[in-house]
Design a protein. Structure first.
Length: 620
């Protein structure tokens, strides 16, 4: 089976893997990638990429086999040289700089396989610190679940072809050729500590400055990834760094880590300053009593959210549907598999009402957006009316988390409103019925008053927040007043400039002589009406052009020397001469040309003022 490297079905499969499993293979070379995927398709007897995509949707266990086929035998020294170069040039120096002189540097290589990755780390630190200091200060914990791979890694010996990615200078420095194998140098090898570790079952190594886990998470499902990433967050120091593989995008846990260099997959830990957030992370990571307590709390809160009667969706800051309670799933026909999908790809994002715009507005403006009276047709054909409340979600520190979408069924209220409108139309014809309705409304108002009194207690809890908002509004009002004052000054200056320009235009328009103002290069800056009448060129046709380039009846070549002499002597007076010319009507005339220097505000010579006056008509 052969496919073109630009096969749309194959590209669609890569997009499916990225969107549904969070792993991006689109940067891999197509030819080798397609061969590996086709190899797995041959094993299960699938003929084309579109069918295999459907197979993955029905058999989620197939993802692990596919990823194992794609990534088999790809562990190597300095894998992805660009990413390792960024780590060596930017991240390692930062870690060393932050450490107190002589302080220990702790590194974890999770999923180390046969040891190429931790030995690469040892070489990078050896180059940054020197071999002796690196052996003394750096501890590299290299772990894997494969005991056979760990046994090979502990030996530190590799065939020559395996060490080819190591630059020749580093290979000579850090390896010794023994028995046809390259063996990593012993003094620095002691800085690498190998051990078996299960990322899912075992507690994480803590107090880390750097955690390297490249293309290991790709084998885990979404729930397990959340648990492992929470443990990574717990394991890292607050200023620690996480280095992932090229196929791992870390989209579902952006609140725990933020990218330092996205293309190189280097992230830094986002410290959790809120006690509740710290406990939730500990619960996800599986740490002791606090984890049990907060795990129970998190499950309780999740269960309460799930059974809430008001349909509610939560979209994270990447635009992914993060949460949906049971009422929302039922109302919009969503499945649990839709969680984690881009919200914009779901029908609910645009039907019954376009929600993508209000979501962006709520996030941009930092306020709740309400869409009232949204009409929706139920499965039974009856109409339903909803009020949609879009609320931005932020942490205490102001960090954006996403938005909450609440759908309140106001069909009864809408029906009541319609009925009330009909009643009003009837009431307009009968004053007595209006009086009766008013009495009923007064009764309803009294009931609402009691409701308002109950709500006042709740409003008191919001006072502190309102006071902060009022202070912010006051600052905004002050800034707005300053802006308005500045705009007023600008408007006044603009009016003064307009009046001055109008005044100058009226003067120049009333002058009987032709006037042209030029800069030092004789490019025309101003050309008055009289000049237009004399030579038939409008001002906009001459602006920016050299006087000497104009094809008019004026013999400009006779003016060249006087003008340049006047400019060279800078203020030597004025030049006057009479020249024979032909005006725009073809009449021969004698023109008196007066050239005067144009001086700027500080006395600098900015150009020349040319005044032309017809002295008499010339004999033809």
């Amino acid at each position: 089976m052969t496919e073109q490297t630009t096969d749309p079905a194959f590209e669609d499969l890569l997009v499916f893997l990225r969107d549904h499993r969070g792993f991006d293979f689109t940067g891999y070379k197509r030819a080798s990638l397609m061969r590996r995927v086709e190899r797995r398709m041959d094993v299960i007897g699938v003929e084309d990429f579109a069918t295999y995509r459907d197979y993955l949707e029905v058999h989620p266990d197939e993802f692990a086999y596919l990823f194992n086929t794609i990534l088999s035998n790809v562990s190597s020294f300095f894998r992805d040289p660009k990413a390792w170069g960024f780590l060596a040039e930017e991240i390692i120096p930062t870690i060393i700089e932050r450490k107190v002189a002589g302080g220990e540097i702790r590194v974890w290589s999770a999923g180390c396989s046969a040891g190429e990755e931790p030995y690469t780390l040892a070489m990078v630190f050896g180059e940054a610190l020197g071999v002796e200091e690196a052996a003394r200060r750096v501890k590299i914990y290299a772990t894997d679940v494969d005991e056979e791979a760990l046994a090979q890694a502990r030996q530190g010996g590799y065939q020559p072809e395996i060490t080819e990615p190591v630059p020749e200078g580093l290979r000579d420095k850090y390896f010794e050729l023994s028995g046809g194998r390259y063996v990593f140098r012993g003094d620095l090898r002691r800085a690498v500590i190998f051990g078996r570790h299960d990322l899912i079952q075992d507690a994480p190594i803590s107090r880390l400055d750097l955690l390297v886990c490249r293309n290991t998470l790709i084998y885990l499902n979404a729930e397990t990834q959340r648990q492992v990433l929470a443990r990574f967050h717990f394991a890292l120091n607050d200023d620690g760094f996480l280095f992932l593989g090229r196929a791992e995008m870390l989209l579902t846990h952006s609140h725990l880590f933020r990218p330092v260099e996205h293309d190189c997959r280097v992230f830094t830990k986002v410290p959790t300053t809120d006690r509740r957030d710290r406990m939730v992370v500990m619960a996800q990571a599986g740490n002791g009593v606090a984890a049990d307590e907060l795990g129970t709390y998190a499950r309780l809160r999740e269960a309460a959210f799930g059974v809430a009667p008001l349909p509610q969706l939560v979209v994270d800051r990447q635009g992914t549907l993060a949460l949906a309670n049971e009422a929302a799933l039922t109302m919009f026909g969503l499945r649990s598999q839709d969680l984690g999908r881009p919200f914009q790809d779901l029908e609910v994002s645009y039907r019954p009402v376009e929600l993508r715009g209000p979501i962006q507005q709520a996030k941009r403006e930092g306020r709740t957006i309400t869409i009232e009276g949204v009409r929706r047709t139920r499965e039974n054909g009856r109409e339903q009316f909803l009020d949609v409340v879009v609320t931005p979600l932020r942490e205490d520190g102001g960090l954006e988390l996403g938005v909450s979408l609440g759908f309140e069924d106001v069909t009864d209220c809408h029906d009541l409103q319609e009925e009330l409108n009909r009643s009003k139309e009837e009431v307009e014809t009968a004053y007595e019925e209006l009086q009766s309705t008013n009495e009923e409304l007064e009764t309803t108002n009294e009931e609402l008053q009691s409701t308002v009194e109950e709500l006042q207690t709740t409003n008191e809890e919001l006072q502190s927040t309102n006071e902060e908002m009022e202070a912010m509004n006051e600052e905004l009002r002050t800034a707005n007043e300053e802006l308005q004052a500045g705009n007023e000054q600008l408007r006044q200056r603009t009016e003064e400039l307009d009046r001055t320009n109008a005044f100058l235009e009226s003067i120049l328009g009333s002058v009987e002589s032709g006037v042209a103002v030029m800069d030092r290069d004789l490019r025309i800056l101003l050309w008055n009406k009289k000049m237009e009448e004399l030579w038939g060129l409008r001002a906009e046709e001459t602006e920016g052009r050299s006087l000497l380039s104009l094809d008019i009846g004026l013999p400009v070549e006779e003016l060249t020397e006087p003008l340049r002499r006047l400019l060279v002597e800078d203020g030597a007076g004025e030049e006057t001469l009479n020249v024979d010319a032909v005006n725009r009507r073809g009449q021969a005339i004698v023109v008196r040309v007066t050239s005067t220097l144009h001086q700027g505000p500080r006395g600098t010579v900015d150009g020349v003022i040319l005044t032309l006056r017809s002295v008499q008509d010339r004999e033809p």
